[in-house]
Design a protein around this ligand. Structure first.
Ligand SMILES: Cc1ncc(C[n+]2csc(CCOP(=O)(O)OP(=O)(O)O)c2C)c(N)n1
Ligand SMILES: [Mg+2]
Length: 819
């Protein structure tokens, strides 16, 4: 049902003051004596041991990066190492109380967080479960080398297994968590609740909210933590992720049983520096990151600044904030203050800070400070501390040595085409969970379903063309395919701007508001980065999403999320994660320069994305069905020029039942013999008009092939057609320079060289901004342009007068000017 949130002028204009609450800074001031009831001696020992392990892990990396050896073991590590020496207390404090169901996301500097979370999970999981994880994880590939000759406890084995997996991943070994395809900045290990870390600063800020969304929508236990740096708070996507996480609707409009606000902590690992820039005093103005919460919601995100140079205040904060999240009162912001003693990377000369400053933080170093704190109270003996440290350092060293050993820990063979096999998962999964999908009504009663039932699905009816109002159109086709999957897969959700009550900006979703509860279809904030980022987070937790960008021109707003996140996580996980996301993107017209551009070429260029562009009802339904049955990210372009178009090509009409159209197959829309016209997008209809003119005016028959897809693309039908005709014209509404069709033309030139009478000719839109609606005919390819191009560059048409300049000289002129 549409919502009703009434805005009353009298209330809006009443005189008031907005009061901000005080923001706690270093509120935790407990002594160890006061904490004795909360921690056992073992807890203290474990905290200490975990900090020491992280310090040693990072020290090894620092030594091999700067000196090429550690304790006599030489190793050349070619890749990055963004170390967190100094930040151990913050990492251990963050992870100490988190359960394996609590999921952390991180940054380029997350080795410490990964280790801390892994150690915490190992403590909490039973021996049986740990063995199960170690034996099943990548079929025991990591466990094999570690268990050889090991005679200790299961937990000891798990600790070594985990450190080994981390080092191996950093060293790009087959035995890494992700077969070395993730590496230092992207490592993760989902069985312990460690989710992707991100080399894009603030990348996790828009992804982690999707993981929290997954937990709410699918009623899963646990919380989500986004560990991001202080400088990342200058990143737009972080703000968008926060906004997305704090939407009122979770608590005000969604079913209460889902649990309320998103269970997410944005945990700022505040080390006072970007690389060398300083957010406080130089690159930002908020002074304390905790202040950000005050602008987000009345609860101010329960924001606090805590002392992250001592693990206990951090544990205390996580205990309290986790509870808030479980009560549905999220999101939360923590400003966890720490310091990076190590350089940004081992090549960092620290030219941006003084030696004195580093020395002062070294003097306050959290590891000796914590030791003194617990020793002072005789809770744990000095011997116990020393032996725990020595023991864990030995494990770190052993595992470093094992990971550095190319025999025990080989690299993946580059020639094996491993990467090719993980770029796409290419799976079919009908549903990602077994529970019954939630609906608000019996679908037979849905007004849109009933309306569609009365529509005509064939190109003609009683011998006449079908009037627009009665034709089953592209809009209906997408709706039908989505409703089908909504009714099968309970995890499937859809969101984007104006997706709910409005019915989607172009009315594709009209009727869904009545059918679906809020958590399956909702309006998001105007946050394109968060829309795509959250879709990524939702999918990599195991759900299916249809996210939507209203116009292709807005892709830039979600650039990182599309280009680096949606596209890359399947491969960076070595195929362990799937990414069942369909990103619907509408291509505009009549709306000028910033609302009418076809940017299929941008995503076609990015490895890891399937890119399709159906423009007929038959194709739209079949391809949406296929996209929603798969597990790969599909960029699903739609054209606003053709939402209303009925089926013109499939005589039998668009089936009412389920069918799929393969996502890599071009479709021959009209058979012909004289030349081939290849199209992508709504230019199909321009080609049809041109082909009709060629037939009636010149007796020429064109074969029209709609690519329907940019990636992947089966060239066989294209080659077959071009072999037959020897001539090919390629047409799309995208600007010609760098377009998908230029790539297809280049490939066809090679594939059909011997059969071609001349080179393939590409006609695209001008290399301009899209002008106003009234001038579009001078920008988008017109049927006449196609005839002109054929006449000038493929075969002269008898007595023909071109209306536009499609000559090679003009091609040169335009290229020279860049227009
Ligand atoms: C989007 C993006 N911009 C710039 C960089 C280069 N870079 C890597 S780390 C870093 C500083 C990040 O600072 P912060 O977020 O505070 O994390 P810290 O390094 O302090 O842990 C920069 C600028 C990047 N990786 N990603
Ligand atoms: Mg920082």
């Amino acid at each position: 049902m549409p919502k009703s949130i009434i805005i009353e002028p009298e209330r809006v204009f009443a005189r008031e003051t907005i009061h901000l609450a005080a923001i706690p800074v270093n509120a935790y001031q407990k002594t160890i004596e006061e904490e004795l009831g909360s921690y056992s001696a073992d807890d203290f020992l474990n905290i200490w041991r975990d900090m020491c392990a992280i310090r040693e892990f990072e020290t090894v990396l620092n030594e091999i990066k700067t000196k090429g050896a550690y304790k006599g073991v030489t190793y050349n590590h070619a890749g990055p190492a963004h170390l967190s020496i100094g930040q151990e207390a913050a990492a251990v404090g963050m992870a100490f109380l988190l359960s394996p169901d609590d999921h952390i996301f991180g940054s380029h500097r997350s080795h410490g967080e990964i280790l801390a979370k892994g150690f915490s999970a190992i403590r909490q999981l039973s021996d049986a479960r740990l063995l199960e994880i170690m034996k099943s994880y990548r079929e025991g590939a990591l466990l094999g080398p570690v268990e050889k000759g090991y005679g200790g406890t299961v937990k000891g084995l798990a600790l070594r297994f985990f450190i080994y997996g981390a080092y191996s991943e950093i060293f790009a070994r087959e035995t890494g968590f992700n077969r070395g395809l993730g590496g230092s900045m992207h490592a993760f290990f989902a069985p312990f609740g460690i989710y992707p870390n991100n080399a894009i600063v603030g990348g996790s800020g828009s992804i982690a909210p999707g993981a929290a969304l997954f937990k709410r929508v699918n009623r899963k236990p646990g919380i989500v933590v986004a560990n991001i740096g202080d400088a990342s708070f200058g990143c737009g996507p972080v703000w968008e992720g926060i906004t997305f996480s704090a939407m009122d609707q979770y608590r005000k409009l969604w079913d209460e049983s889902l649990g309320g606000g998103l269970p997410i902590i944005f945990n700022c690992m505040n080390n006072f520096y970007g690389m060398g820039g300083q957010p406080v005093g130089e690159t930002m103005g908020m002074q304390s990151i905790a202040r950000v919460g005050a602008g987000v919601n009345p609860e101010q995100m329960h924001a606090e600044r805590v002392n992250g140079y001592d693990p206990l205040p951090v544990i205390d904060a996580f205990r309290r904030k986790r509870q808030l999240l479980l009560e549905g009162r999220g999101p939360v912001l923590l400003d966890t203050v720490t310091y990076r003693i190590s350089g940004h990377s081992p090549s960092d000369a620290s030219s941006y800070r003084s030696k004195e400053e580093i020395e002062r933080w070294q003097q306050a170093d959290s590891i000796p400070a914590f030791r003194n704190k617990i020793l002072g109270n005789h809770v744990v003996s000095e011997d116990a501390l020393d032996s725990a440290r020595a023991h864990v350092e030995a494990s770190v060293f052993d595992m470093f040595q094992l990971a550095a050993d190319l025999k025990a820990s080989p690299r993946v063979s580059i020639g094996s085409e491993l990467v090719s096999t993980v770029m796409f998962s290419n799976r079919r999964v009908d549903k990602l969970d077994d529970r019954a999908p939630e609906f608000l009504q019996n679908l037979a009663e849905n007004p849109r379903v009933q309306q569609i039932r009365g529509k005509i699905r064939t190109p003609t009816h009683e011998g006449k063309p079908v009037p627009k109002m009665k034709a089953y159109n592209v809009r209906d086709a997408i709706f039908e395919a989505m409703l089908h999957r909504f009714s099968i897969d309970p995890t499937m959700i859809a969101f984007g701007e104006e997706n709910r009550d409005w019915g989607g900006a172009f009315a594709v979703y009209r009727g869904l508001t009545e059918a679906l509860p809020y958590h399956r279809l909702f309006n998001s904030s105007i946050s394109e980065a968060a829309i795509v980022g959250a879709a990524v987070g939702y999918a990599l937790e195991g759900g299916r999403v249809v996210a939507e960008l209203m116009y292709a021109d807005f892709m830039g707003r979600a650039g990182d999320e599309i280009f680096n996140q949606l596209s890359k996580w399947q491969a960076m996980s070595a195929g362990q994660l799937t990414m069942p996301v369909v990103l619907r993107i509408s291509v505009g017209s009549k709306y000028g320069a910033q609302h009418s551009q076809d940017w299929a070429a941008l995503v076609h260029h990015v490895p890891g994305l399937k890119v399709v562009y159906p423009v007929t009802p038959y194709d739209a339904k079949g391809m949406m069905n296929a996209a929603l049955a798969g597990t790969d990210p599909v960029i699903f372009f739609e054209s606003q020029k053709v939402y209303d178009v009925g089926e013109m090509f499939v005589e039998e009409g668009v089936p009412e039942g389920y069918y799929e159209v393969a996502l890599n197959e071009p479709s021959i829309k009209r058979k012909g013999r004289d030349f081939t016209m290849l199209t992508l997008g709504p230019a199909l209809y321009t080609a049809v008009a041109a082909a009709d003119e060629l037939q009636s005016g010149f007796g020429l028959s064109a074969e029209i092939v709609d690519l329907r897809t940019a990636t992947p693309l089966n060239y066989e039908p294209l080659v077959e057609s071009v072999r037959k005709t020897g001539k090919v014209l390629l047409v799309s509404d995208a600007v010609e320079r760098g377009s998908v069709l230029q790539t297809v033309a280049a490939n066809l030139t090679q594939l059909c060289f011997d059969d071609l009478d001349g080179p393939p000719v590409v006609v695209g839109a001008r290399n301009w901004i899209t002008p106003a609606a009234e001038l579009e005919a001078s920008f988008f390819p017109q049927a006449g342009w196609l005839l002109d191009a054929i006449h000038e560059r493929i075969m002269p048409l008898k007595d023909y007068q071109p209306s536009s300049n499609q000559t090679l000289g003009e091609l040169m002129r335009r290229a020279r000017l860049g227009v």
